[in-house]
Design a protein. Structure first.
Length: 757
């Protein structure tokens, strides 16, 4: 049995959203405030802690409609169904026929033969009539109080002023979760814009008695709020100190010991010997701890802990056996090079290790404890009251990257699932399924997993005035269809770079190292508003941006492509065998010469024109487009510019970024110095050639020099960093992108989106 997908309605900005799950691990990615945390909170609320629901968890668009229901109650009129506006979550499981005995109470039809089983979890008032009467009573009292205001004075507003105000005052505690069966035959795919289409329940649908998923799914969670501080300072409140004490690493380790080492069902001779020796000396108990934790520490070693020059974990009990792991220095770090058997070595309490080191070890011990807790449940109950081991273990982790450097983030995401399956009853046993769900803001974590594991939370602006932004989730395993050359290129590129496309507000694609060096400089010193935005700059090292089109489309990213004109012309050549063939060779751009662009971006993505005459004639508006109403795109490339050596209005046509940069900064560049490439370019500028001769000389020279070295000299030679100007085509593209992001619906933290996700 595995979790196939869920559909969430009316929960924060997840108005109607489907989230597909991989059979092993699923990674939630997306920009800030895109809904990743909301998805985790929704799963926690529906499956673990329904009492956590607050008014601000209800999609803010529904508040106006809820208030309309309250107004109808006050007017004695019929009202819409309140239940339709409350959060719901449909859970779809994929269950083989062999497990029918575990799901017999929730199978959709008598002829079910294995496959999908759906359950809707829906918040409803425990008693709608009582809720209505309580609200009317509260409103009547508030209105009566308002009328006590003296004549001539403005009446105050007394709460509750409306139904949402009434519900905000902890009245959601009277709500409950009901579960209903769903019909697999009525499942529908999301719309073309990714909006989920959950089925409607039939009139008079009967709810399940009790929670139908009890005993089927075990859920464990590592939240983003992980405090690994020491036991507390003198200035902290007792509650704060207690909370921190419960979060210490030693508490995580002690919990693992209490449940899975101390109470062994079949103790070994080594266990007996160690437990006997503890009565004689604490040293023997220390050895027992080391032995007991041997496998756990071996699992830590798989994640590179302790690593090079890091302190190693050791156990040092300074009290009796029962208190051994409760002492504040039970978990210590060895910080010298002494051998294990040497008596002289130095140790420090756990609070003296780095937060990242503590965080990693704490998370791994939690994962091991979750696994052991699950496996400790007997698969076949020995008594009538025993719990039956769930078939599915769902583990949720929020932001595992906290305090971890990049390499450890990558190791953790690669090894976490293995830790959860590292048990004799799990490794080769398909009867029990583990599904790991991770939400992250880290590009280092994201680029370690395959596209099939990524679920991108895509923000959508409000569709109408007064509405709130919403989120849909793209299953990136569908982005490229069947695996092909384009898929392999994008996959390998993202694997080779720490690409942050999945977390950006916009993307800028450039073709070479020179652009990669100087475009951020242009943004910072000429487009300060754009500099404050979160843009992902992707250097493809060639004209390959068009390969990213399917990914950009699914991400819905506002995109600027800074491309090259790359003029070419067909020539007929004869090889050594006397066979003639036609090839396109790079040439200096000219009009009315039958030239074409060799740049695939311009031909295949936008503006989908090929000849140099067509491209250079493009109007400013021809550079921008909206693709399938999904994302805005601007492709910037070289156009004719004024000859900087003349004043007669004659023009030159740059072919690449470098010659466009030189034409734009012709006078300023004469004063720079630097490497051999820069010296050759400056010598050419000072030679005072112009027109076609200058074009030709630059065309030949730029094929030979180190362009990145020249870009670095341009970056470092000017005291006034605004002196170097972006080429006109790049300035136009950056202006367009800046305007797009400024005009977009502001993406701030909503009133009912209290966290970063």
């Amino acid at each position: 049995m595995k979790l196939d997908f869920i559909e969430i309605q009316n929960f924060r900005k997840l108005k109607s959203t489907r989230i597909d799950f991989d059979s092993r691990r699923t990674l939630f990615v997306g920009a800030n405030n895109s809904g990743k945390t909301s998805a985790i909170v929704a799963m926690r609320t529906f499956l673990l802690k329904p009492a956590l629901l607050t008014l601000r968890d209800i999609s803010i668009d529904n508040w106006r409609l809820i208030d309309a229901i309250g107004s109808a109650w006050e007017a004695g009129e019929d009202a819409e169904a309140l239940n339709d506006l409350l959060p719901k979550m449909d859970i779809w499981l994929d269950v083989p026929l062999s497990e029918i005995h575990r799901v017999v109470e929730i199978v959709p039809t008598l002829d079910w033969n294995g496959g999908p089983i759906g359950v809707r979890l829906q918040f409803v008032p425990e008693n709608t009539e009582k809720l209505q009467s309580d609200y009317l009573e509260a409103r009547a009292k508030a209105t009566s109080t308002e009328q006590m205001s003296p004549d001539g004075q403005q009446r105050p507003k007394i709460r509750p002023t409306c139904l949402t105000d009434f519900l905000d005052k902890d009245n959601l505690s009277s709500f409950k979760v009901e579960a209903f069966p769903l019909d697999p035959a009525q499942r529908q795919s999301p719309t073309s814009k990714g909006v989920a289409q959950p089925q409607s329940l039939p009139e008079g649908a009967l709810a399940f008695t009790g929670h139908p998923l009890t005993g089927l799914i075990r859920i464990d969670e590592i939240s983003a709020q992980r405090d690994l501080s020491d036991s507390g300072s003198d200035t902290e409140s007792s509650e704060t100190a207690k909370a921190k004490s419960r979060s210490r690493l030693s508490d995580q380790v002690r919990s693992y010991y209490d449940k899975h080492l101390e109470n062994v069902v079949d103790p070994t001779a080594q266990d007996v010997a160690a437990l006997s020796a503890i009565q004689v000396a604490e040293r023997a108990f220390d050895e027992r701890l080391k032995t007991g934790f041997e496998h756990a520490l071996e699992e830590l070693a798989e994640l590179g802990v302790p690593g090079v020059n890091n302190p190693s974990i050791t156990f040092n009990t300074q009290l009796n056996a029962a208190e051994g792991l409760k002492h504040s220095t039970a978990i210590q770090y060895r910080v010298d090079g002494a051998n294990e058997d040497e008596a002289e070595h130095h140790q420090l309490p756990e609070s003296y290790a780095g937060l990242g080191y503590q965080n990693l070890i704490s998370m791994v011990f939690r994962l091991m404890r979750y696994r052991q807790d699950w496996m400790a449940i007997e698969p076949i109950p020995t008594t009538q009251n025993d719990e039956l081991r769930p078939l599915l273990h769902l583990v949720l982790i929020e932001e595992p990257e906290a305090h971890l450097h990049a390499q450890v983030q990558q190791v953790f995401i690669n090894k976490a699932y293995d830790v959860l399956r590292n048990h004799d009853d799990l490794r080769d046993n398909d009867a029990y399924t583990t599904q790991l769900v991770v939400s992250t803001h880290s590009s280092h974590v994201a680029h370690e997993v395959d596209f099939a594991n990524l679920r991108y939370f895509r923000r959508h602006p409000a569709e109408a005035g007064g509405a709130a932004p919403t989120t849909t989730v793209a299953n990136l395993s569908h982005t490229f269809g069947e695996e092909d050359e384009t898929y392999r290129f994008v996959k390998r590129y993202l694997k080779a770079t720490d690409c942050d496309l999945f977390f950006a507000d916009a993307a800028i694609f450039v073709e070479g190292q020179a652009e990669r060096i100087l475009v951020p400089h242009f943004i910072r010193h000429h487009k300060p508003n754009l500099w404050r935005r979160y843009t992902s700059l992707v250097d493809l090292g060639g004209a390959h941006a068009h390969r990213f089109e399917p990914l950009v489309r699914d991400l819905g990213l506002t995109t600027l492509v800074i491309s090259d004109l790359d003029a070419g012309k067909a020539e007929t050549r004869v090889d050594t065998n006397g066979v003639s063939r036609t090839v396109t060779v790079a040439v200096q751009p000219k009009l009315d010469d039958g030239q074409v662009s060799t740049n695939s971006v311009l031909k295949a993505w936008h503006p989908k024109k090929e000849t140099i005459d067509e491209l250079t004639a493009c109007a400013p508006e021809d550079h921008a487009t909206v693709i399938d109403d999904a994302y805005a795109l601007y492709v910037s490339f070289q156009k004719p510019v004024l000859d900087p050596t003349k004043e007669d209005g004659s023009t030159l046509i740059p072919r690449t970024f470098e010659d466009a940069l030189i034409y734009e900064n012709y006078a300023a560049l004469q004063g720079i110095s630097g490497n051999a490439a820069s010296r050759r370019i400056i010598d050419l500028i000072k030679s005072e050639i112009s027109g076609a001769e200058l074009e030709s000389a630059l065309f030949d020279l730029l094929k030979k020099v180190e362009k990145a070295a020249f870009a670095i000299d341009c970056l470092t030679n000017f005291e006034d960093e605004t002196t170097l100007q972006p080429p006109a085509y790049i300035a136009d593209g950056l202006t367009w992108l800046e305007n797009q992001l400024n005009e977009a619906t502001p993406v701030g933290v909503e009133e009912n989106e209290p966290s970063d996700g």
